[in-house]
Ligand binder design. Sequence first.
Ligand code: BTN
Length: 247
Amino acid sequence: MQFNIINIPEIESTNIYAKQLIDSGDASEGDVVSTQYQKQGRGQGDNFWESEPGSNLLVSIIFQPKMIQASQQFVLTQLVSIAIVDLIKEYVINEEIKVKWPNDIWINGKKVAGILFQNFVKGSEIEFSIAGIGINVNQKRYYSEAPNPISIIHFTDKSISLNVLLNKLLDNIGTNYWNYKLNQNCQRLKSEYIHNLFRYNEWATYSDGKNFFQGKIIEVDGFGRLTVKLKNGNDKKFGFKEIEFIK
Ligand code: BTN
């Protein structure tokens, strides 16, 4: 996969800019919008993504994943999440690095990276997809109400070059994407994702917004829904925001 980095030092949000490129017909697969500072960095839901100027990785990657059926769209989340986990493992050794479903990356239970996906589906195909990636790298303190932010620098003794990090990230994503494109087999990605998933195959407490219950994550389907085994032996699927991790 060929990447084309478009760096804009200050911007509202790289995801918004990427969407504008798509809307104006100027987007190509592999375009990467990168910035040092976002005035309106967006997180999941209505959340704001905090990042002080020049400290962290803030990028949006445009894919044209025509080979991925809309019903398999979670494969993109899986390949990007794994690429970030592999990247962080290069810098942070001997700590627990996990994907918190669906696509937060955690070190020892604290959030080091988040991904904001926007998929544009036409019929059964994904015409465009934007993967907005924020990785906390060199920022030492956080001021917003984001729960549990942490940076790579908390585990290294020196600050990290954002350019080097971006190139490694794109390498990892490019390799995963290319491999998927070549054999269209999401089994390997699925299995890597699930084996890096926080609380996979462990009993834990969850809430569905009404009740607390005990469950065990056993699978994630093509749409990204979580399958949880319940104590009564039944399996139940949950979409994003339909289940909350308690403890
Ligand atoms: C989350 O809440 O976990 C998702 C955070 C995604 C943040 C990144 S930073 C680059 C890109 N541009 C944005 O406005 N958001 C994403």
